[in-house]
Ligand binder design. Sequence first.
Ligand SMILES: [Cu+2]
Length: 354
Amino acid sequence: MLAQKLLKISAFFFFNLLLSQSLWADMSHHKAAAHAPIGVMGDHMHKSGEWMFSYRYMSMSMEGNLQGDNTISPEAIASSGLTQSGTPLRVVPIDMTTDMHMFGAMYAPSDKLTLMLMLNHIEKEMDHITFQGMMGDNRLGVFTTKTSGIGDTKLGALYSLHGDDNTKIHLNLGLSIPTGKIDHTDQILTPMNTTPSPRLPYPMQLGSGTYDLEPGITYAGTLNSWDWGSQIKMTIRLDDNDEGYSLGDQTQITSWGSYNFANWLTGSLRVTYTNADEISGQDSLIALPVQTSNPDNFGGERIDLGVGITLIGTEGAQKGHRVALEYLTTIDQDANGIQMEMQDMLTIGYQFSL
Ligand SMILES: [Cu+2]
C-alpha cells in the first residue's frame, strides 16, 4: 500500500517535469522567486551575490505506540515486548516532543551555486510508564526525561542543472557534521523502584554522531499564480559513530503545490513520504528495558500531509522579509518493530534576503 503511494508520488514528480518542459517551456512569466513551504530545506537558489538569513522553530510530537502499523497499548508492550537480548520491556514511552530552533544562512557566489549553513538547538522531552518488577502489568510510576543542546550542523551546496522562467532543477549536496552530543544522561525510574541516571536511549540523543551525506535533487515549476515542486533527499551515514552504531539511512520524497492569492500571500499543500532503516550496531551503554534501546525498533515508512501559509513583504521596509507557517500531520505510518506513533509537526519560520 505504501509502495503504491510512493509510485503515485514519483509519477506526480515526473508528470510535472514533463508537462512543464514540453508545454510551458516558452511561456515567459516573471515574478519573485518562488519558495517551497517553510518545512522544506534547500528548495530554492539565490542569484549571484545574494544573502539570505532564516530562523525556523519546529515542534514535533509523538504519542502512543505502534507495532508495525497497529496501535499497541503500554500493557501489551510490557507483557509481550522484548529487548534485543530477549528480556522483557518494563518501561514504555507514552509521548515525546522535540522542539528545534534552526538558524540558517544562504549565499550565492554565482547564479549556478548557492551555499548553505544551518545550526540548530534542540530540546527533547519523553514521558514514560514504568511497570513493576520483571512481569505483569502493575504500574509502578511515571517519569520524564529531558535533553537539550546543539544539534548536528549542516553544510550544503545547491547546484543549478536547469533554470528558465517556468522550471528550475538543482542538485542538493549536503554534509551533516556531528556537533550534537550522543551521550546525554538523565534520571529514570527502573522496574525495581531505583532512580539511576544512565545514558538515554537513541531518540533522546541530539545528533547522529556520524558525518552524513545528504544528496538530493529539487525540481520547481511556476505558472501564473501556481507554484509546485518536488524534492528527493537522502541521508547516508558515512561510518559508525564513536559509540559503535549508526542511525539508519533515510530517503524522503516531498511534493508541494502552492497558490498565490495575492503577491504577499501564498497557501500551500504538501505530501511527504519518508523511508528509514533501523539502527545498525549498538551503543553498549544503552541497555534499558525499554523499546527505544533496541536498534531494531527504528525506521519504517511514513506519509505526512501538510498545509502552509506564507506572508511575503513586497514593499518598503517589509521587502525581502517572509514569515511562514506549515503544519504537517502523519496520515500513515508503518514502523519497524515497536515504536512511538508520529502525530504532527509545526514549523514557523522567518526569512530575510538581501
Ligand atoms: Cu534562501
